[in-house]
Design a protein around this ligand. Structure first.
Ligand code: S3P
Length: 426
């Protein structure tokens, strides 16, 4: 479906609740299935990716009752052999986390995915899982992954990439391995897995960035999932660049391993305020006020902050087109391995709109401020984050734009268009 975007309102005003965090939703339903007892998950994401995790947990024998966004998950902590192949859809988190769990079960399984997921690299999990004794067959390290039962043993693993999916995969395999598993990564990636497993009484310890895990009996989970900072990012950027905007985003997760965008906006001189900061189920949560900021400046984004804003880079690069001076994004080559090659797709499509943006081997360079023209068709490449970035771009283009395959937004954020609509103000 093509979506036509044009600005037919004056500004953004009002308050909205940001829907549930995708990363936390995956973990909540998957980990609850491994626990012995009844878990209750409030505010579970409606996105297609977390729903893929939910379906797989059901296919592995977990009893899940879904009442709106509330899940009641009943399990005895023992998974059952699936009758069919397990379809992870578009979801990298589902396939990589489930591979870690399934590698240590006493049954065989096959994990599959859609066209995009089947192209994404799985070597990063297959290699360490094999070191633990796992038996995984694949074609060229891509899905489908055929997992044959085997006993696992703990390993000492250093990950050269900062990936929460790799980390979570190894830690989950460690729950089923003999002995101890230790994990360290080049930079700290999002730590939702560690927080949740700790809350569920897992044998997990973290010291000086080294995580240690052993076989554990997980206690059931009671969680109210916070809003997704990655979804909030589109509203943050829109309010910063649309004249006279003033909005509040409520109930947003601001875990420092996720909220790099807030640091970058402050560095760029954006008008953003963190209100009502609190802790909910181990995660830091706040309301965020954002105001139009005409005097933002370019900056350099590199190194250890990259994993804390990796999914926000497309929309941050749009923001950079509206900042004075140059923005350089470095150390982000893993963007090539996302739902699309996000360095190439972001640069291509923003260029079509008139941005001064160039690709580099590990990121991009943007020169601002530029007026975006529009009057063209842009491609989402069936990548939800690019679709939403282009929508926000469309709101500041001089003329209308048409976004190809916009419906892929449903992967993480089905409420996206409706929520934007509630902020339009004339
Ligand atoms: C995720 C981790 C990140 C992120 C993805 C969700 C997670 O991927 O890009 O959208 O839930 O663990 P990597 O672990 O590959 O960096």
């Amino acid at each position: 479906m093509n979506l036509i975007v044009k600005k037919d309102f004056k500004t953004l005003k009002g308050e909205i609740n940001i829907p549930a965090d995708k990363s936390v939703s995956h973990r909540a339903v998957i980990f609850s299935s491994l626990a012995n007892g009844k878990s209750v998950i409030k505010n579970f994401s409606n996105g297609q990716d977390p729903q893929s995790s939910l379906k797989i947990c059901k296919a592995l024998g977990t009893d899940i009752e879904q009442n709106g966004t509330i899940l009641t998950v009943k399990s005895n902590g023992v998974l059952k052999a699936p009758k069919n192949q397990l379809d992870c859809g578009n979801s990298g988190t589902t396939i990589r986390l489930m591979a870690g769990i399934l590698a240590g079960q006493n049954f065989d399984s096959v994990l599959t995915g859609d066209e995009s997921l089947s192209k994404r690299p799985m070597k990063r999990i297959i290699e360490p899982l094999k070191l633990m004794g796992a038996n995984i067959e694949s074609d060229n390290y891509n899905a489908p992954l055929k997992i044959t039962k085997n006993k696992l043993h703990g390993i000492d693993y250093y990950s050269p990439i900062a990936s929460a999916q790799v980390k979570s995969c190894i830690l989950l395999a460690g729950l089923y391995a003999e002995g101890e598993t230790t994990f360290k990564e080049i930079y700290t990636s999002r730590n939702h897995t560690e927080i949740m497993l700790k809350n569920m009484d897992a044998n997990i310890n973290i010291k000086n960035g080294i995580i240690t895990i052993q076989k554990s009996e997980l206690k059931p989970l009671k969680i109210d999932i916070c809003g997704d900072i990655s979804s909030a990012a589109y509203f943050i950027v829109a309010a910063l660049i649309i004249p006279k905007s003033n909005i509040i985003l409520k109930n947003v997760g601001i875990n420092p391993t996720r909220a790099g965008i807030l640091e970058v906006v402050k560095q760029m001189n954006g008008n953003i305020e963190i209100l009502n900061q609190r802790e909910v189920c181990g995660e830091l949560v706040a309301d965020i006020r954002i105001e139009y900021s005409p005097d933002m400046t370019g900056t350099t984004i590199q190194g250890e902050i990259i994993p804390a804003l990796i999914d926000e880079i497309p929309v941050i690069s749009l923001l950079a087109t509206q900042c004075n001076g140059q923005t350089i994004i470095k150390d982000a080559s893993d963007l090539k391995n996302k739902e699309s090659d996000r360095i190439q797709t972001t640069v291509n499509e923003l260029k079509k709109l008139g941005a001064e943006i160039e690709q580099t081997p590990d990121g991009m360079i943007i020169n601002g401020k530029t007026n975006l023209s529009g009057d063209t068709e842009v491609n989402s490449y069936k990548d939800h984050r690019l679709a939403m970035t282009l929508y926000v771009a469309g709101l500041i283009c001089k003329k209308e734009i048409s976004i190809k395959d916009f419906e892929w937004v449903n992967i993480s954020f089905p409420e996206f268009l409706n929520l934007f609509g509630t902020l339009f103000y004339n």
